[in-house]
Write a protein that binds this ligand. Structure first.
Ligand code: HEM
Length: 219
């Protein structure tokens, strides 16, 4: 039987009829969900922090203009020349921990961990934000501070960047990590290249909640 993907996707959304799907289709659907909601959630949070931290936004835009320019679309290779942008994205991942529980896994055998026995079959939820918001690791975890990932010359401190693991670790870590990293960089940089985001709470009350304007930066 031929199955129309779009029809089946529609059914999934309306009736949650997942058991009717073939395995392949079900996995395709999962991959779309895993890849769509996460990257858009990152972008929403990134814009919120750019609104809250206009000085970070301006510094980021200066780096975009100096490395990419005002109009050329960014390409993935640009990222290696943009330490501040990478620091900002890493800080967004760290402070938001927007997948605070990762994905549930299941112990396939009895496991001894930190003095506890986790019996086979136990559902395990990793608490991702435990590490990314740990004061003993970060000192001031509640503060949005991209500079924590940069040395005094503005170069990335890789060992600190690697402490942030929004895609989880181990064999079941995010399958889409390489794609997701490219996506968030390209989308975030493109938005910041063309728009400045701000909030009406610091402006006249009759303005819309968010406003956008063109960055006024030159090389
Ligand atoms: C900012 C974007 C993303 C974040 C933060 C993220 C994060 C995660 C996390 C925390 C997990 C659970 C890993 C674990 O259980 O240990 C996961 C699993 C997964 N992600 Fe992502 N993800 C992102 C984007 C994507 C994209 C773009 C795709 C695919 C196109 C994707 C596909 C998957 C799949 C298939 C799994 C299940 C892997 C498995 O169980 O073996 N993700 N992701």
């Amino acid at each position: 039987m031929r199955i129309s993907v779009s029809k089946r996707f529609g059914e999934m959304l309306q009736g949650m009829r997942e058991p009717l799907l073939t395995n392949n289709l079900s996995e395709t659907y999962r991959t779309f969900v895993a890849g769509f909601e996460t990257t858009t959630t990152f972008l929403r949070w990134a814009l919120v922090y750019m609104i809250l931290k206009p000085q970070v936004q301006e510094k980021l835009q200066r780096e975009i203009v100096s490395v990419i320019g005002p109009s050329r679309p960014p390409v993935v290779a640009d990222l290696s020349n943009m330490p501040y942008t990478e620091a900002v994205m890493t800080e967004v991942f760290r402070i938001t921990s927007f997948l605070p529980f990762g994905a549930p896994q299941c112990a396939t055998e009895d496991v001894q961990f930190d003095g506890y026995t986790i019996p086979k079959g136990t559902e395990v939820w990793p608490l991702m934000c435990f590490h990314s918001m740990n004061a003993q690791v970060w000192g001031d975890p509640e503060v949005f501070r991209p500079e924590r990932f940069l040395d005094k010359n503005g170069r990335l401190i890789k060992s600190w960047v690697e402490k942030v693991q929004p895609f989880s670790v181990g064999q079941r870590a995010c399958l889409g990590k390489p794609l997701a990293r490219m996506e968030v960089f390209i989308f975030f940089t493109t938005i910041m290249q063309h728009f400045t985001v701000s909030s009406s709470t610091t402006q006249a009350r009759n303005q819309p909640l968010l406003s956008y304007s063109r960055p006024n930066l030159s090389r």
